[in-house]
Design a protein around this ligand. Structure first.
Ligand SMILES: O=P(O)(O)OC[C@H]1O[C@](O)(COP(=O)(O)O)[C@@H](O)[C@@H]1O
Ligand SMILES: [Mg+2]
Ligand SMILES: [Mg+2]
Length: 328
């Protein structure tokens, strides 16, 4: 089944408007265009580092900006989006030519895993679709919605194959882009994350900055069969949240970007609205769990559009256990 047929079917079953299908198809189109740029690599100048710094204080790459522009163009073509928050813009973008009561808001990370671009490593795009409040006015506040209220979320992975993974509230489903027909085909319906899989993903170079419970959890994993866990763990780190979460959706394990004290004025590395919240929805719709280690990610009330939070996502038993470490 292709993406378009799948969306028509699920929008009818879930009582979503066909405008949602139109919107997700526009994001899939953005994904195809970005995939084509990624595939051209240096030939398309994607790894060029620009002199500009984004609102996150990070140097921008050409591919960050091109991907942002592609997203805005594709969202613009639908006329159903009131406004969008992008990692690459300090303030939201509003679509003035859209219907005044356009029903959706979109938060997106146009290019995730930017440090991989120059290496030809795996990167992706992440998106979250929220309802626009009735009579919405242009303000950051309209985007500050709990993740539990997301209408849909997803990502596009630019890997050996380009894949689109989405949830509209009834499971998490993965589609593979057929490079010949340029159509996304449903290849992995209803993904299920095993409750336990002994593999974790964390940037261990930051260990000295973690809180004590996180230090203890990782120490216990590393102790393997001889330690309290009585089990050998494997470790993977792709430096691209999309790629790490994709692996967890495919085979289980846990992804961690915990709170640390190196930068005291921020609670975590990853951004709530367009990284942690959409990935949280995909993980929970696949039977996993998304937590900050102390609270459910999807219950967090955002305070700022670029807010950062700790992120612990993956196999439910492991995330439960990590929360227990943080209770004592
Ligand atoms: O530099 P680190 O600690 O490996 O961080 C990697 C993390 O940063 C990110 O690349 C942040 O995303 P951006 O590339 O969109 O800024 C995540 O994808 C990834 O998990
Ligand atoms: Mg990112
Ligand atoms: Mg990014």
């Amino acid at each position: 089944m292709n993406l378009s047929d799948f969306l028509n079917q699920s929008c009818a079953t879930l009582n979503h408007s066909s405008q949602l299908s139109e919107l997700i198809l526009s994001i899939a189109e953005a994904g195809k265009q970005i995939a084509a740029l990624v595939a051209k690599g240096k030939l398309a100048g994607v790894s060029q580092q620009l002199n500009s710094i984004n609102v996150q204080g990070e140097a921008q790459m050409q591919l960050d900006i091109s991907s942002h522009d592609i997203f805005i163009d594709c969202l613009s073509s639908t006329k159903v989006v009131f406004g969008a928050v992008s990692e690459e813009l300090a303030s939201p973008h509003y679509f003035s030519d859209h219907i005044p009561d356009a029903p959706y808001l979109v938060c997106f990370d146009p290019l995730d895993g930017s440090s991989n671009i120059a290496l030809d490593g795996v990167v992706g795009s992440i998106f979250s679709i929220l309802p626009a409040p009735p009579n919405a006015v242009r303000s950051d506040e309209i985007f500050l919605q709990q993740g539990i209220g997301q209408i849909a979320a997803g990502y596009v992975l630019y890997g050996p194959a380009t894949m689109l993974v989405i949830s509209a509230g009834a499971g998490t489903h993965a589609f593979t882009l057929d490079p010949d027909t340029k159509v996304f085909e449903l290849t992995h319906p209803d993904l299920k994350i095993p409750a336990h899989y002994p593999e974790f993903a964390i940037n261990a170079s930051r260990q000295r900055f973690w809180e004590a419970p996180m230090q203890q959890y990782i120490a216990d994993c590393l102790a393997g069969e001889e330690g309290v866990r009585q089990c050998n763990f494997n470790m993977r780190w792709m430096a691209s949240m999309v790629a790490d979460i994709h692996r967890i959706l495919m085979r289980g394990g846990v992804f961690l970007y915990p709170k640390d004290h190196q930068v005291t004025d921020r609670a975590g590395r990853l951004r709530l609205l367009y990284e942690v919240s959409p990935m949280g929805m995909l993980i929970e719709q696949a039977g996993g769990k998304a937590s900050t280690a102390r609270a459910s990610v999807l219950d967090l009330q955002p305070l700022q559009i670029h807010q950062r939070v700790p992120a612990i996502l993956g196999s439910i038993n492991e995330v439960d256990l990590i929360e227990q470490y943080h209770q004592s």
